[in-house]
Design a protein around this ligand. Structure first.
Ligand SMILES: [Zn+2]
Length: 231
């Protein structure tokens, strides 16, 4: 298979690993080019006005992301640094433009992003921005658009929201250890079992998604769009 260009659009640092870390490591192994765009800074909501503590946290989180990307082999990383949990106070167009800037540079064939039914408002608006930036107009490079699940947001949503049921699975049996090591870089974001954002829960979900389709471990995605030239 020829080299493919992959773009991940995540709302916060760690969403990219939780959502599709194992899949990204597989893309890299196959020789694909992977670019991760993280829109939000990931710490704002916890430190109202405590600028100094926030800056130190921000720096630590950025280092964690860089370390995690190194473990997965991801070649390109862009931070946008929008404030956390406040995408709804921004003009959607500004988020769309941020996605478009990277998209126009990368020309991705495959895009992974958030599920529209997540509890987190930033996740939901990220999907809206990606849908707007990846409108399937003639000559648009994006041929596959997939939504991932993020533990402690996707399954915590209002039950009346659109639930996540995966329609595409990527076998990550070989890369699950990399995903878990990458997630371990985000020490401040992890919680102890039985929290949904614990390493044990992340591992369980991977095995459950795998067992759902007859493999050791998998990541599940909702296919938003898949455009084929050939059957
Ligand atoms: Zn998030």
């Amino acid at each position: 298979m020829s080299l493919r260009k992959v773009l991940v659009v995540a709302a916060h640092p760690d969403d990219e690993v939780l959502g599709c870390g194992g899949t990204l490591a597989r893309h890299v192994q196959q020789g694909d080019n992977v670019h991760v765009l993280i829109l939000g800074e990931g710490v704002m909501s916890r430190y109202d006005g405590r600028r100094k503590a926030k800056n130190a946290d921000l720096e630590r989180l950025r280092r964690a992301t860089a370390d995690a990307m190194k473990i997965l082999g991801v070649q390109h990383l862009t931070f946008e640094a929008f404030s956390d949990n406040s995408f709804d106070r921004m003009a959607l167009l500004d988020i769309v433009k941020a996605v478009e800037r990277v998209k126009n540079k990368v020309h991705p064939h495959i895009v992974y992003t958030h599920h529209g039914g997540d509890l987190n408002i930033d996740h939901r608006l990220t999907l809206q921005a990606v849908l707007a930036a990846c409108r399937p107009q003639p000559d648009d490079p994006v041929k596959e658009l997939h939504a991932f699940e993020v533990v402690s947001s996707t399954e915590w949503a209002d039950p009346s929201m659109d639930g996540f049921s995966p329609t595409m699975f990527v076998d990550i049996s070989a890369t699950l250890p990399q995903k878990l090591r990458a997630m371990a870089c985000y020490e401040t974001e992890l919680r102890n079992w039985p929290h949904a954002r614990s390493l044990k829960a992340i591992e369980h979900l991977a095995h459950w998604r795998g067992a759902s389709v007859g493999c050791e471990a998998a990541e599940g995605f909702r296919v938003i769009r898949s455009i084929r030239k050939d059957a």
